[in-house]
Ligand binder design. Sequence first.
Ligand code: AMP
Ligand code: MG
Length: 326
Amino acid sequence: MICLGIESTAHTLGIGIINDKGEILSNKKHTLETETGGIHPIKAAQAHELFYDSLIRSALKESKLTMKDIDLISFSQGPGLGQCLRRGAVIARSLSLLYDIPIIGVNHCVAHVEIGKKLCNLKNPVTLYTSGANTQIIAQSNGKYRIFGETMDIGVGNFLDNIGRYMNLGFPGGPKIEKLAEKGSKYIELPYTIKGMDFNFSGIQNKVRQLLEKNSKEDICYSVQENVFAILVEATERAVAHLNSEEVLLTGGVAANKRLAKMIEDMCKQRGIKYGICPRSVSGDNGVMIAWQGIIEYNSGKRQKIIETEIDGSWRTDDVNIIWNN
Ligand code: AMP
Ligand code: MG
């Protein structure tokens, strides 16, 4: 079975093609970027409209397939920005109707976890999912992915992007902050905002804004990473200890950050447990994870009519019933 997956929850339009063995046949994406300032949802949705045709064509070409070879279409049904989700859903429905291929809408966050498990060869990890809009600590219990801790305000990626915007670094700020942090060395005290298993970033964001006048960008970026990643890894370790877990998965766009990956690695090595860092090509938003999620749900018997493919911008990770074997 071969599935074409469409990701469109935010700034990235992804088209992925994967087979039921988990072999990635193509992973095409277009991400809206800016020199300065952030991204407007309508602009992102318009970019999706401009790029879907060429991305689908190049994904098919790369995998040496035509639409006739595609057995399943899947798409991100939520959570995400309404404007962006709607574009992906319309493309998926059109392809499904035109080529008479079954359609499945999947949860974007759950798809991040499942592709990470597959590619990192993990069975039942505690997942630290760090992306632009979402930051959650997720583990499976009683048929659902439960959220053990999460951000109370913005996702860690968006937090980094906001700080990048204060520094005029353009979007996305995360990778640029990582580069600047490598040159910083002085730790500047920042609020350590963790309560129980949950955390928040807007207080740190305000503090950074004040600090910008009197400190170097490099030292601020270094301090931000040390502080915020320690919060995330501390909460993850608490979930691991509570669940007696043997595995940790790091995924989401921010998983590309080497310092965060190193902190996860250190924590897991100290505890003598296995860990996986999701490969960069599928850790940020991408169509492959959506395609893989489509396959495992379809193979577990899930079927959807077009009328059941309405998007849900606030679909929670812990609202998804895990019907598939894992
Ligand atoms: P996603 O929403 O999963 O596609 O992730 C996008 C987010 O990942 C954006 O907020 C980026 O700033 C962030 N990001 C990407 N690469 C890095 C990096 N090397 N370090 C920190 N954040 C990053
Ligand atoms: Mg994501």
